[in-house]
Design a protein around this ligand. Sequence first.
Ligand SMILES: NC(=O)c1ccc[n+]([C@@H]2O[C@H](COP(=O)([O-])OP(=O)(O)OC[C@H]3O[C@@H](n4cnc5c(N)ncnc54)[C@H](OP(=O)(O)O)[C@@H]3O)[C@@H](O)[C@H]2O)c1
Length: 249
Amino acid sequence: MSTAAGTPRTRTADTRTAVVAGATSASGIALTRRLVADGFTVVAVGSDAGRLEAAFAGSDGVDRRVCDLTDEIAVGGLAEQVLAGHGGANALFHLVGGWRGGRGITSQTTADLDVLHRSVFVTLFNTSRAFYDQLAERSGRLAAVTATAVASPTAANASYAAVKASVDAWLQAVAQGFAREGTGAAATAVVVKALVDDAMRQQHPERTFPGFTHVDDLARLLASLPESTAGEVNGARIDAERAQPSARG
Ligand SMILES: NC(=O)c1ccc[n+]([C@@H]2O[C@H](COP(=O)([O-])OP(=O)(O)OC[C@H]3O[C@@H](n4cnc5c(N)ncnc54)[C@H](OP(=O)(O)O)[C@@H]3O)[C@@H](O)[C@H]2O)c1
């Protein structure tokens, strides 16, 4: 079950609520800050209370929730709490990732595939089902981050690319559901090659990170989705670098 901590804004009829699933990574922190700056109350979700507290303690507008997103029952409880405490979710941003690879096809392991499937896909499967009705009723937005590896998989990252492809397929299916039911909701895939943040740049000043997307640019792109019309973004697969070339070079 999820547990709560934090300082959510006082709810008014105009308050919009976004759930960030996987909020404690650099990308999750950047997105949460961006959404709060845009006026959202953010339900920041992670599996570890300490990491959530370290990231968001004292942050106005952030409701910290501990929830194992691989646990279907716990995610159902989280969705009920968001409905009861915030009047429902207007957006769900899925940022739970992970990476496992090998040297080639025969070195892909069942254990690694299982880890990737649970972390990358099951967490999206659980959250998008649990929040589907809330998003459909509120013309909401669902977005998840997928990878260029789907379109250009290698033998070394075969399991990762295959699991990320399942994310793309699932988002397309959710998009079809939103459209078929005549909702104003939208499901969108945002595609990145890799992410970079300021700490990585400082640790490796010799690297140029070609094709990487800065987490602040990803946050800006994701946070813009609620301002787009559903027709523009439902079922879309948006290349983060093409959509929003980084000013950082
Ligand atoms: N990093 C890259 O270069 C890259 C490349 C291509 C695509 N992407 C995609 O971009 C997105 C963000 O990537 P990232 O690298 O910032 O993500 P990440 O480092 O994998 O962050 C994972 C986040 O999810 C949380 N989390 C993990 N398992 C969880 C669970 N069972 N229940 C609840 N929370 C859980 C983690 O927090 P706790 O540990 O506190 O639970 C953390 O906040 C992901 O979808 C990733 O696949 C990233």
